[in-house]
Each structure stands twice: as C-alpha cells, then as structure tokens.
Design a protein around this ligand. Sequence first.
Ligand SMILES: Cc1ncc(C[n+]2csc(CCOP(=O)(O)OP(=O)(O)O)c2C)c(N)n1
Ligand code: SF4
Length: 267
Amino acid sequence: MAARDYIRERFFPHIWCPGCGHGIVLNSLLRAIERLGLNKNELVMVSGIGCSSRIAGYVDFHTLHTLHGRALAFAIGVKMSRPELTLLVPMGDGDALSIGGNHFIHACRRNIDMTAIVMNNRVYGMTGGQYSPLSGYGTMATTAPYSNIDQEFDVVTMATAAGATFVARGTAYHVQQLPDILEKAIRHKGFSVVEVMSPCPTYYGRKNKEGGAVEMMERLKNITTPIASKAKQENPKLIERGIFVQKEMPEYCAEYERIIARAMKGK
Ligand SMILES: Cc1ncc(C[n+]2csc(CCOP(=O)(O)OP(=O)(O)O)c2C)c(N)n1
Ligand code: SF4
C-alpha cells in the first residue's frame, strides 16, 4: 500500500494551521508505515487531546482519541489485551510530559512494545499558547507574558533515565531522516520514544518572535546537528538528532505471558 492509502480522507480538511509541523510528522509516519508494509488492521493509534493528538483522526487504522495525558494508559490496555497489534502513540509535549508525565515515565520503565511520538512544539497549541514543561526558561507564552521562569527538561535524557529501550530525536525539517527514525522505532521490540521538534508558528513562534513557518524551519536546520558531530564539539549548544538508545530488554507483554504460564502451573 502507498502512504496515501493509510489516510482517512473523510476527516479532511485537517485542523492544523499553515506552517504547523504536525502534518509533516503525519507524512513521515505514513512513509515509515508504507516501508514496513503494515496492514491497516494490525495498527492501532491511541492519542490524547491536543493539536498533535488530532493526528489519530487522519489515519485509517484502528484509532482511539482518548483523554488529555492518558494516551499511554489506554494504549497499554490495548497492547496488554492484544499484544500482536502494533501500537502508535502520538502526543504533544504538554500531553506527554505535563499532565501525562507520570504515565510516560512508567511506560518507559516497563518496556512495553509501542512507539511513543512526542511532537514537541514547546507550547500548548490547542488551548491558546500556554507554556509547557518544555517551553524553557525565558520564553514567552500567553501564561508567561513577562517570560517563563520554569526550567525545561530534555525528553531524550528523561526517557533514557526512565529506561526506554529506543530513544531518538528528529525534526519536522529533516524529512529524509524522520521516516527512517520512525521506521526503526516501530520495528524495535520494546518501548520506543521519538521526540520530533515540530514548529507552532501560531503561538510559540509569534510569542517568541521566531518569525513565520519558513524562519522556524530554518531554525530547526540551524540549531540541530547529528549525534556526536564535529559541529556539536565546536558548539555544545546545538541540539543533537538521531538515535540515542537502541537496546534489548525483556518486553512487558512477553514477561506477562511468562507469569501467566507460571501461575497456571502453580509454581
Ligand atoms: C484533563 C484535561 N485538562 C486540560 C485539557 C485542556 N487541554 C486540551 S489540549 C491541552 C494542551 C495541548 O498541548 P500539547 O499536548 O502540547 O499539544 P499541542 O496542542 O501543542 O500539539 C490542554 C491543556 C483537557 N482537554 N483535559
Ligand atoms: S496552534 Fe500551533 S500546534 Fe496547533 S495547529 Fe496551529 S501551529 Fe499547529
């Protein structure tokens, strides 16, 4: 099947603003799925609430559009009851790491086989530009008109510390690399986290004077670099992209099956 065949056309036109990075994430994801040759019936996408979470409406898989911050909790329920299915969990930075932060940490720790995609635009887009845990100190938001005093954290470092067995970062600008990263994340047998830096020109860009969609895209090109590049050594402030963690560990559903088998034997 071609990428286009996975789209649920009756839900179009989509809600995203011109220049929003989230549509590029959708495109890259569909390209990854096309390469993997997955059947629509094998795929389940579970999302919460947010501009990013609307992605679940636009794919013709089994989809659940659930509660803000609770996508991973629902996805874990689906995966535990039907471990043979491929689970995709797109989330915004607010959805995944603010209200959903607790679920995120524990999903990483359990190593359940699914792909969590954190569409990081450093803001709550859907509700009008409030700051998120990833906005960063000194940034402007509708809830921080005199600048934000909260420090941000790094999703990649956090997911790695919490035990995720596949951790990567891409951007909406690097459209050749993103499908490749997503394909590897989906193939990985365990909990995969992919952070995608995805611009929100409407709120983050406007409030932080980063220009329009084109300038924000150029910025993604200029402030990131491949992992361990020479440019990173010369300029430590650059944000690295690529695959940071890829390791084998017992998968949660398989472990659960083992425990059931043990219980059945009574020892
Ligand atoms: C329990 C609950 N609290 C708050 C909201 C309001 N709400 C909806 S989306 C959202 C934040 C969206 O930001 P993010 O997850 O970063 O996604 P984005 O829209 O930026 O893609 C909030 C606070 C809600 N729907 N449910
Ligand atoms: S408000 Fe921001 S995140 Fe939401 S659709 Fe518009 S550009 Fe995208």
